[in-house]
Design a protein around this ligand. Structure first.
Ligand SMILES: NC(=O)c1ccc[n+]([C@@H]2O[C@H](COP(=O)([O-])OP(=O)(O)OC[C@H]3O[C@@H](n4cnc5c(N)ncnc54)[C@H](OP(=O)(O)O)[C@@H]3O)[C@@H](O)[C@H]2O)c1
Length: 251
């Protein structure tokens, strides 16, 4: 059972990033999906190399330059996609702007930049794609909604908003609206550096790897729950720390 369609058309905001690329490869390989990435950067050699690599496993992904925090830009991207593909079957919010700093040293602009990509992009998805008969909207959020890591107040606030917004949208929209609160990805994405890996290892946090993550998303999309957290702990003390304030079901 799956919620993905063979030949489905999927829009991934932040698709050219690490986890967006992993997700795209999965649906292209498994379901011959037509994937459209939205990002702010002009298409550069790095993005083109990702597109070329994925073209060798299935339908070539498209790339549209748009800042999804700007509703007009996202709407223009939507119209372009509709013209080219006719239908859209699913949306993924995989965008992030990571600008860590302790709250005392964070100026408002920096705080807003980290927050906006979660708050404004979530709201814009709801406004721009409202009329689309979608199968699902998938929000990539973080374990940070629960852990609330120091130095990440902007990101944490954004993730908590994203979780709450998605849970309300799930009540209002007829399609599946799901949130995955990812733990740490050590091999792809915005924190896949050696330094981060060392820090996480010390804290007893393991790296999520693509196959297990894609399996978890399949379960989330067809399962009865609208929100799942997926994290890897290497010691039980890490688990107890997270679990102290929140109720989790361990699977
Ligand atoms: N990596 C992890 O360990 C981890 C853990 C927990 C949760 N997550 C979540 O997983 C998702 C993906 O993370 P990632 O690690 O793959 O990040 P990433 O590699 O940095 O990719 C993020 C992408 O978002 C795009 N983006 C940023 N602002 C945008 C905007 N306003 N409009 C359109 N695109 C925008 C960026 O492209 P441009 O700069 O070109 O716009 C970039 O390609 C995020 O939602 C993040 O919160 C990740």
């Amino acid at each position: 059972e799956t919620l993905y369609k063979n030949g489905g058309v999927y829009v991934v905001i932040g698709g050219a990033g690490g986890i967006g690329e992993v997700w795209s490869e999965y649906v292209i390989r498994m379901y011959e999906a037509k994937v459209i990435w939205i990002g702010r950067r002009e298409k550069d050699a790095k993005i083109q190399a990702k597109i070329d690599r994925l073209a060798s496993v299935g339908p070539t992904p498209s790339y549209i330059v748009a800042d999804a925090t700007d509703q007009e830009e996202l709407y223009r991207a939507y119209e372009e996609i509709k013209q080219q593909y006719g239908h859209i079957h699913g949306i993924v919010h995989s965008a992030i702007v990571l600008l860590d700093k302790s709250l005392a040293n964070m100026d408002e602009e920096r705080f807003r930049a980290g927050l906006r990509v979660k708050v404004d992009v979530s709201v814009n998805i709801a406004e721009v794609f409202e009329q689309e008969p979608l199968d699902f909207v998938l929000f990539f959020s973080s374990m940070n909604s629960f852990v609330k890591a120091a130095g990440q107040s902007n990101y944490v606030a954004g993730c908590i908003f994203k979780d709450a917004f998605a849970s309300q949208l799930a009540l209002e929209w007829p399609c599946a609206v799901k949130v995955m609160n990812w733990g740490y990805w050590g091999t792809v994405g915005t924190v896949a550096s050696e330094e981060y890996q060392r820090r996480m290892q010390k804290r007893g946090v393991g790296s999520i790897e693509p196959p297990e993550a894609m399996e978890a998303l399949e379960a989330l999309l067809i399962g009865p729950m609208n929100q799942l957290a997926f994290a890897k702990m290497t010691t039980s003390s890490t688990w107890i720390h997270v679990n102290r304030a929140h109720s989790f079901v361990m699977m």
